[in-house]
Design a protein around this ligand. Structure first.
Ligand code: HEM
Length: 177
């Protein structure tokens, strides 16, 4: 009998540890995840050798997709609209995921350029304010690496619906905001 109780307790302990690790340390985790600042899930630092200039580059653009202005983007966060968000100049449709809906924990990212907030792993208002901070001008190399990990993450999971007009104008005219 004691043997079964002991075995049961060990199994329960294992389950708790497994779920704990899965949730908070993360096997399936996004970049940065709950472990904070920018560590990749498999601990491989994919951009370890990337230079600052390389990390500043704009993601390659697919042909035929529209440019979406910040103003237009801001409309894509309502309960009756699709949910879009911009990461490093690319606009993704994230409507399929509950976490981006109005009651979801990550709704704050929708309708905006979320690059800086993602790169800093912080939801502070100022990190969504492009007049204060812009991913191309105000991030350190380590933050740009985190941002690039996020680009890879979104690229894999969500359809691209366009590119952020203001960012592309910046890219094409090499002008500052
Ligand atoms: C206590 C802090 C946090 C916890 C416990 C947490 C936990 C999680 C978990 C469990 C997931 C889902 C992982 C999966 O799909 O397997 C997730 C996804 C995500 N987290 Fe966090 N997180 C935290 C903080 C943050 C912060 C500070 C940011 C950015 C500012 C952030 C951005 C995201 C994003 C963008 C996703 C991906 C959502 C998607 O699937 O598209 N998280 N987080």
């Amino acid at each position: 009998m004691e043997c079964f109780i002991l075995l049961g307790s060990l199994l329960a302990l294992y389950a708790v540890l497994y779920l704990g690790f899965k949730t908070f340390i993360g096997f399936d985790q996004p970049p940065g995840g709950s472990r904070g600042k920018g560590k990749k899930q498999d601990n491989v630092d994919k951009y370890a050798n990337a230079t600052y200039e390389e990390l500043l580059e704009f993601p390659e653009r697919k042909l035929g997709l529209p440019l979406i202005s910040l103003e237009e983007l801001s409309k894509y966060k309502g309960s009756n609209s699709k949910l879009y968000m911009s990461v490093k100049s690319v606009v993704y449709d994230v409507s399929q995921n509950e976490v981006y809906k109005q009651k979801g924990g990550y709704h704050v990212f929708t309708g905006k350029d979320s690059s800086v907030a993602l790169s800093k792993m912080d939801f502070k208002d100022e990190f969504f304010d492009r007049s204060k901070l812009h991913w191309r001008k105000d991030l350190k190399r380590e933050e740009l690496k985190v941002l690039q990990d996020w680009v890879d993450f979104y690229e894999e999971r969500y359809p691209i619906v366009g590119y952020l007009k203001e960012d592309i104008e910046m890219q094409e005219q090499k002008k500052d905001l």
